[in-house]
Write a protein that binds this ligand. Structure first.
Ligand SMILES: C[S@@+](CC[C@H](N)C(=O)[O-])C[C@H]1O[C@@H](n2cnc3c(N)ncnc32)[C@H](O)[C@@H]1O
Length: 394
């Protein structure tokens, strides 16, 4: 492993197998840097440490989600989350008189299980439940878990390796957008510099060079949108890959809804003067920190989402709503899901209250996580978006 930097303080030590794996990933990154002539863009670095075949965080075999992993997502916390997402999907599938569900980045499969279970209760199962998973390891884990827990629905479930050309139904992506590689930049003397990853003092290290045209243009667009120039020294991220991903998703939509849930903010919040260090977030063994260069391949590396970029990248789609996760859940049927709560045994009441708190409290996931709904065609807005919409802020 590279020498232990200050940012490793307070983090648990990786176990020997994890440390050996991280060394292999670091060597892979060094090889890429050497092959590229001395440095690679941060987006390339993020792609390699997360997705390099059999090495990257999402491609290698370690547990990532849940108590034994590095972080917990809403569907892992409680099936209530997926059940409420399912109610929104049902309201669209009903209007379509059929249609499919597409879940990109299905993680452990927890969301698919709660969605399909609830849709069966509502008698609104999709014709097909398609999973688009870029990680071969996660695909295998998802398939094993779904076969074990919901064998009755497996004839509808299949894994695809690229977006369907034409899609009619509901796309559901929870915490996928934050895992798409971002570019990082710094303003230096009014110029846009690209953050790159090279080698300094024999360690993987940041370096900066003049931004390529596409990055310079993206930053100048941001400045035009927020109405002022970013200050000297300002550092942040921008995600051309996320814009491309949303563009591809929306181009394949013929009719239906895209539901995207993630931690993120509007563009003016993303590039606010006080956010001068950007929005990168790393997770290792349930510790969050912001040094993406440590623990390569064994920590999750994410960036908060600029939801204004998401809305703008969705060609030919309308924003049905943009709300906090707390409002999404409360508008979308949380109370109904807890309907027989008082008659439940005390232990179960305590468990459920704990789950609801994590999903909805502002200091937990309630405020930082947002949900955006994008519709294509003549689709009525799902119940979760009927009130408390903040789309005008995008
Ligand atoms: C943080 S996990 C979230 C998993 C799951 N959605 C959940 O909520 O528990 C990110 C997931 O996105 C997947 N992913 C990343 N980029 C993707 C892409 N371009 N298309 C589909 N899946 C992607 C990862 O492999 C992983 O399964």
């Amino acid at each position: 492993m590279d020498p232990t930097p200050e940012s490793r303080r307070g983090l648990p030590e990786p176990d020997p197998a994890g440390a050996a794996h991280s060394n292999a990933v670091a060597q892979h990154v060094r090889d890429r840097i050497a092959a590229a002539g001395g440095s690679i863009s941060f987006a390339e670095f993020m792609h390699e440490v997360l997705y390099a075949p059999s090495l990257g965080y999402y491609s290698a075999g370690a547990s990532k989600l849940g108590a034994a992993g590095d972080f917990v997502t809403a569907p892992e916390i409680s099936p209530l989350f997926g059940r409420i997402v399912a109610c929104q999907a049902a309201s669209v599938l009903e209007q379509l008189d059929g249609g499919d569900i597409l879940e990109p980045g299905a993680g452990s499969g927890a969301l698919a299980i709660s969605i399909l279970t609830k849709l069966a209760e509502l008698d609104q199962l999709p014709e097909r439940y398609l999973i688009l998973e870029v990680s071969a390891d996660l695909k295998e884990r998802q398939e094993t878990r779904l076969r074990r827990e919901i064998p009755q629905f497996m004839e509808r479930v299949s894994w695809i390796s690229q977006l369907p050309e034409k899609f009619c139904g509901v796309v559901i992506a929870n915490e996928v957008a934050d895992a798409i590689p971002v570019e990082r930049f710094r303003i230096d003397g009014g110029n846009v510099m690209q953050a790159r990853i090279g080698i300094a003092d024999d360690s993987i290290a940041w370096c900066f060079s003049a931004a390529p045209d596409y990055l310079e243009a993206a930053v100048r667009d941001i400045e035009a949108d927020i109405g002022h120039q970013l200050a000297d020294g300002y550092e942040s991220e921008v995600s051309p890959a996320l814009a491309g991903w949303i563009g591809d998703l929306s181009s394949s939509m013929e009719l239906g809804l895209i539901l995207l849930i993630d931690y993120g903010v509007t563009r003016s919040e993303y590039y606010a003067p006080d956010r001068h260090s950007g929005w990168l977030r790393c997770h290792f063994r349930h510790h969050a920190h912001n040094d993406p260069l440590i623990l390569p391949g064994i920590q999750d590396l994410t960036a908060w989402v600029d939801f204004s970029l998401v809305a703008a990248a969705a060609n030919n789609m309308k924003v049905a709503g943009y709300i906090t996760q707390a409002h999404f859940l409360m508008n979308g049927g949380l109370e109904a899901e807890l309907g027989d709560f008082p008659s439940l045994p005390l232990k179960q009441q305590i468990e459920l209250s704990g789950q609801v708190k994590i999903l909805t409290l502002p200091a937990e996931m309630g405020e930082n996580f947002k949900c955006i709904g994008l519709t294509c065609g003549d689709i009525n807005v799902p119940p979760a978006f009927e009130t408390t919409d903040r789309a005008h802020l995008l």
